[in-house]
Design a protein around this ligand. Structure first.
Ligand code: ROI
Length: 176
């Protein structure tokens, strides 16, 4: 794993989630695929969390994590790369807010704010989801988010109900 220092490279934060099958294993698979991509360099990997599903009742708990990367891909090209990995993991888009094998979301991309049919950056739910804010604070505590607040402040003020560490020896967190 190396860090791309090209002038063209941008910081991005990616949310990982899944709640079907062996979800930690699927998230590990996603990390391997991301690490193997020539234009994606993983900087940091949060702890792995277990979180109660937001959405329709009766879903299994999710495995969630956040990583930071540097990438020379444009936002849309990064989205294409993430969706290709979702497909490789067997992702089907069936129900809105339904259970899924793997979700890879662009949370932040440099200082960019954009809204298009396919992509909204920052992620539309970034500030509302503890299963995003808490792992984001693991790897980018002092980062000031586009709403002007530090990631660790936002994480400290959100409810941790239904959110817990998910110890898994396969998970290659870079956080102490
Ligand atoms: N709920 C949790 N806990 N974690 C997720 O990653 C997640 N992803 C989703 C919805 C269905 C909104 N619920 C989730 O897309």
């Amino acid at each position: 794993m190396s860090i791309n220092t090209d002038a063209e490279s941008q910081f991005a934060a990616i949310g990982l989630g899944g709640n079907l099958g062996d979800a930690p294993k699927t998230l590990c698979f996603a990390l391997e695929q991301l690490a193997a991509h020539a234009q994606i360099h993983i900087i940091a990997i949060s702890h792995l969390y277990r979180s109660a599903a937001i959405g329709p009742e009766g879903q299994p708990d999710y495995a969630n994590a956040v990583i930071s990367i540097s990438t020379s891909l444009s936002p849309i090209a990064l989205l294409d790369a993430l969706q290709a990995i979702e497909l490789m993991a067997g992702r089907e888009r069936l129900l809105r807010w339904g259970a899924r094998t793997l979700d890879l979301d662009i949370l932040l991309y440099g200082e960019i704010a954009m809204q298009s049919e396919r992509l909204t950056i920052p992620h539309i739910e970034l500030y509302h989801r503890p299963f995003v804010l808490v792992p984001l604070a693991d790897i980018a505590a002092a980062r000031v988010l586009p709403n002007g607040h530090r990631a660790d402040e936002l994480a400290a003020s959100c409810s941790r109900d239904g959110l817990a560490l998910w110890p898994d020896l396969r998970w290659p967190s870079t956080v102490e």
